[in-house]
Design a protein around this ligand. Structure first.
Ligand code: PLP
Length: 397
């Protein structure tokens, strides 16, 4: 075989994703796209906010000489300064442009951070249910993922479980709040308690354990909540994020990593991360996208519209008898599967043209994920199908 055995194995392990897509395509061909309720992908159907288009026009109308050339691998100084100012407003820390590196999305930022810190075989704690790509990203940089469960009743941090899995090989822990797939937000008190635990363990092992806070959904928080600033709580923290969700720009691949100014040996970390951004082949984040988001740090898509969809879907599903933790942010629901086998349930849902992702793929069998970043009308149109599905599995009877 021409491609690496490891890649073949990875593809096999994630073949359920491909199967879902193929099945979706078949259903669309058979019944027409408007009659298929596809809740599988976190690809926002909303357009970027009007301020984005205004900025795009301004840049197109006023081209600057050299605006498409290479730049410093960390990104444009004014873009980094704008991000730093935003992060300083969001936290009690004075974040400087030197703490920020522009990246190709949060995915790019995660790879830069992991490459920068991992020695061969060192461990990275991830919390189940987790974002599917984490394991692959950790493997990219020869690390070992260590999966720790969150609390069963509410998917919140289980500090005792985390402590039980920290060893002298632990190099980092990745958290994601608001969470994909559960929608939970970790409260500041829990983050501060996690900091205490990490500092204690770092002292015990004479090492640094990085807390990587993956936050692409940070602006999508509901019920007038704010996502606690991780820099206020955790000393050795790094934020990785993007504008894929808050400005609905996933195709533009624009994000950043930012370090807590109090991070151990912060200058050395940044020097390494800039090098990694270069040699991973990203070189720098897209020039045009950097210019576009510089003046949009306080803009976002309509959060209220997402909250409305969450309320509608959550209420309808719970009325039908589905068990689900109410998401506090993001755009996913993660209900319990009414059938013990979540893959079987997801297959059954296809009978009603409902496309879902099994919890198994997120390290949480027995659940399924719904992405509701789609038109409200599609959610409404799908409700009769959900009713039939609920009846078939004996819910509410
Ligand atoms: N992290 C989480 C939890 C995500 O859900 C996603 C995308 O869906 C990403 C990271 C990667 O996002 P991007 O690379 O588009 O910023």
């Amino acid at each position: 075989m021409a491609i690496a055995k490891k890649i073949s194995t990875c593809i096999e392990q994630s073949s359920w994703i491909r199967k879902m897509f193929e099945q979706g395509d078949l259903l669309r061909q058979q019944f027409g796209a408007e009659n298929v309720f596809d809740f599988t992908i976190g690809n926002p159907s909303v357009e970027p906010p009007p301020a984005f288009h205004a900025e795009l026009k301004k840049i197109a109308d006023n081209p600057i000489s050299g605006m498409h050339r290479y730049m410093s691998n960390a990104g444009y100084d004014d873009t980094r300064a704008a991000v730093a100012q935003f992060l300083s407003q969001r936290s009690d820390k004075k974040v400087d442009a030197a703490n920020v590196i522009m990246t190709c999305g949060a995915g790019g930022a995660l790879n830069v951070v992991l490459k920068n810190v991992l020695n061969h075989g060192e461990e990275v704690i991830i919390l189940a249910p987790y974002f599917v790509e984490y394991k692959f990203y950790i493997d990219n940089h020869c690390g070992t993922p260590v999966v720790v469960e969150t609390k069963e009743d509410n998917f919140q941090l289980d500090l005792q479980a985390i402590e039980n899995h920290i060893s002298n090989k632990t190099k980092a822990i990745i958290i994601n709040s608001p969470n994909n797939p559960t929608g939970v937000i970790y409260p500041a008190d829990d983050l501060c308690a996690l900091n205490k635990l990490l500092l204690r363990k770092q002292q015990e092992f004479g090492s640094t354990i990085y807390l990587v806070s993956d936050e692409p959904y940070a602006r999508l928080a509901y019920d007038n909540q704010e996502v606690p600033a991780v820099f206020n709580c955790i000393k050795n923290s790094i934020v990785v994020t993007s504008h894929s969700k808050d400005l609905a720009l996933p195709g533009e691949r624009i994000g950043y990593l930012a370090t807590n100014p109090d991070l151990d040996e912060v200058n050395k970390f940044m020097e390494g991360a800039i090098f990694c951004n270069r040699v991973l082949g990203f070189v720098n984040a897209p020039a045009l996208a950097q210019r576009l988001i510089t003046n949009l740090q306080n803009e976002s898509v309509d959060i209220d519209a997402y909250e409305e969809k969450r309320d509608l879907f959550y209420t309808e599903l719970t009325n039908l008898g589905f068990e689900v933790v109410k998401p506090q942010g993001g755009f996913y629901l993660f209900p319990k599967s009414p059938l013990e086998d979540d893959v079987e349930f997801v297959q059954l849902a296809q009978k009603y043209n409902i496309l879902l992702v099994p919890g198994k793929g997120f390290g949480a069998p027995g659940y399924f994920r719904i992405a509701y970043c789609i038109d409200k009308q599609i959610i409404e149109n799908s409700l009769p199908a959900w009713k039939k599905l609920a009846a078939e599995v004996g819910l509410g009877s």
